[in-house]
Design a protein around this ligand. Structure first.
Ligand code: SDX
Length: 395
C-alpha cells in the first residue's frame, strides 16, 4: 500500500509499504530485527540465525537452526560452469558488477523454481541457494581478480569461517583463521542484515512486485547497493581516509573543504536519510574496529584519521546543524581493509550482509495478499501540450 503517514503535525512522510521485518526510530537511534534490538543480536547471535529470524519472523529452536545451517551447507557449491562465467570479465572489473551478473544468472539453473515465486517451498529453496552460494561467488570473484586459485567450500567449517578461508586460503598451505576476526566479520554481517526500506531493499521489492524471481530481484538490489551514496560508501570512506593521509592536508583542512563544498566533496560515511542523531550500528562497528585493528596491529594510521574526523565533525556546528553523524559505513572499510579484503570487495561484503534482509522483504512483499506491481506515480512538470513542428520550420 502507498499512502501518507502523518507522524506529527507538519511532518509527513510517504510510506512505501507496511512491513513487520525491521523497525527503525531515526531520532532515538533504535534498530530492531523482528523486535529484537540490534545490540543484542550483534553480541549473541550468528549471521545464519539472524537470517532465519528475518526471513521466518522468529528465532529458531536448536533443532530448526541445526537443520537450517545444514541445508545451507549442502548447497554451497556453484555449478562448475560458473568458473567460466568469472573468466568472461576483465581482470580488474568491479566485483559488484560481476556479482550482480552472477546472482541474476543463478536463475538459469533453477528455471522450474523461478516459475513458482509464490510457492513457500520454492521461496525457501531460492533463499537457501542465495545464502549458500553467494559467499562462494564472492570468494571466487576475489580470487579471480587476484589471479589466485579458487577453493571449494569445506562443509566441516562454519559459514563465516569458511568464507574467509575460501577468500584468503590457498590449496597448498594451511590457512589458520583467527576466531576474533571470524566473530568480527559475523558481527558486521549481522549489523548489515536489514535496514527497512533503504534504496537497495526498495529496489528488491519493486522488481519482485512484478513476480520476478528472487535471484533477479536480489541482483537488482546489488545494482542499487553499488552506488557510492549507498553501499559503495564503505569503499569511498577508505579512499577518503587514504587521500587525507597521503596528501599534505590536515584533517581540519579537509573538513573545511567539505564545509565549503569544494568539488562537491562529502564526508563519506557521514549522514543518513533516517538517523538524525546517530546510527546505532556505527557505535558497534567502531567497537569492532578497535578490537580488530588492535588484534591485527594494522590500519591504525587511518583509524587515527577517522577518529579525528569524527571528533571534529561531532563538535562542528556545520555537521550538528545538518544532523550529520557517522553511519554504518564510516568504520567498516577500515576493518575490512585490516582483514585483508581489497577495497573493491567492501561493497560485496555489504551485499552479503544485506542478503537476509533482501530475502525477507521480498518474501513479505510477494506473499502480501494485496501485493500489486510497484508502479510509482509522478508530478509532471514538463511542457504543456504543443503541436509538432516540421524540420524546415524549426529554427
Ligand atoms: C547507507 O537508507 C539506508 O538505510 C542506507 C543504509 C543501509 O543500511 O541500507 O544505512 C546504508 O547507505 C548509509 C549512507 C552511506 N552514504 C554515505 O555515507 C555517503 C555520504 N552521505 C551523504 O550522501 C548523505 O548523508 C546521505 C545521502 C546518506 C543522506 O543525505 P540526507 O540526510 O538526505 O542529506 P541531504 O542530501 O538532504 O543534505 C542535507 C545537507 C546538505 O547541505 P546543505 O545543502 O543544507 O548546505 O547536508 C549536507 C548536504 O550537502 N550533507 C553532507 C553529507 N550528507 C549530507 N555534507 C557533507 N558530508 C556528507 N556526508
Amino acid at each position: 500500500q502507498t499512502g501518507l503517514v502523518a507522524l506529527d503535525p507538519g511532518f509527513t512522510t510517504t510510506a512505501s509499504c507496511t512491513s513487520e521485518v525491521t523497525f527503525i526510530d531515526g531520532d532515538a537511534g533504535i534498530l530492531r530485527y523482528r523486535g529484537y534490538p540490534i545490540e543484542q543480536l550483534a553480541r549473541h547471535s550468528t549471521f545464519l540465525e539472524v537470517a532465519y529470524l528475518l526471513i521466518k519472523g522468529e528465532l529458531p529452536d536448536a533443532a530448526t537452526l541445526e537443520n537450517w545451517v545444514a541445508r545451507i551447507k549442502r548447497h554451497r557449491l556453484l555449478h562448475e560452469n560458473f568458473k567460466a562465467f568469472f573468466t568472461a570479465f576483465p581482470h580488474r572489473g568491479h566485483p559488484m558488477a560481476i556479482l550482480q551478473g552472477g546472482i541474476a544468472g543463478m536463475a538459469t539453473y533453477y528455471e522450474e523454481t523461478t516459475q513458482r515465486v509464490r510457492d513457500p517451498e520454492q521461496q525457501e529453496l531460492q533463499a537457501v541457494h542465495l545464502l549458500a552460494k553467494i559467499p562462494t561467488m564472492i570468494s571466487y570473484i576475489a580470487k579471480r581478480s587476484a589471479g589466485l586459485p579458487l577453493l571449494y567450500p569445506d562443509s566441516d567449517m562454519g559459514y563465516v569461517e569458511d568464507f574467509i578461508r575460501m577468500t584468503f586460503g590457498l590449496p597448498y598451505q594451511r590457512y589458520d583463521i583467527d576466531p576474533v576476526i571470524v566473530r568480527a566479520l559475523e558481527t558486521l554481517l549481522i549489523l548489515h542484515a536489514d535496514h527497512e526500506q533503504n534504496c537497495s531493499t526498495s529496489t528488491v521489492r519493486l522488481v519482485g512486485s512484478a513476480e520476478a524471481n528472487m535471484y533477479a530481484s536480489v541482483a537488482a538490489g546489488v545494482g542499487a547497493l553499488s552506488g557510492p551514496l549507498h553501499g559503495g560508501a564503505n569503499e569511498a570512506v577508505l579512499r577518503m581516509l587514504t587521500q587525507i593521509r597521503d596528501s599534505d592536508l590536515t584533517v581540519k583542512d579537509f573538513v573545511e573543504k567539505v564545509k565549503n563544498k569544494e568539488d562537491g566533496v562529502k564526508l563519506m560515511g557521514f549522514g543518513h536519510r533516517v538517523y538524525k542523531n546517530y546510527d546505532p550500528r556505527a557505535a558497534l562497528v567502531r567497537e569492532t574496529a578497535h578490537e580488530v585493528l588492535d588484534r591485527l596491529g594494522s590500519g591504525s594510521d587511518l583509524l587515527t584519521i577517522a577518529m579525528e574526523l569524527e571528533d571534529i565533525a561531532l563538535s562542528d556546528e556545520y555537521f550538528i546543524a545538518r544532523k550529520l553523524y557517522p553511519n554504518v559505513d564510516f568504520y567498516t572499510g577500515l576493518i575490512y581493509s585490516a582483514m585483508g579484503f581489497p577495497t573493491k570487495m567492501f561493497t560485496p561484503l555489504f551485499a552479503l550482509g544485506r542478503l537476509p534482509g533482501w530475502i525477507a522483504q521480498y518474501v513479505e512483499m510477494i506473499n502480501d495478499p494485496v501485493n500489486k506491481i510497484g508502479r510509482p506515480r509522478q508530478v509532471y512538470q514538463g511542457a504543456t501540450r504543443r503541436d509538432y513542428v516540421s524540420l524546415r520550420h524549426r529554427s
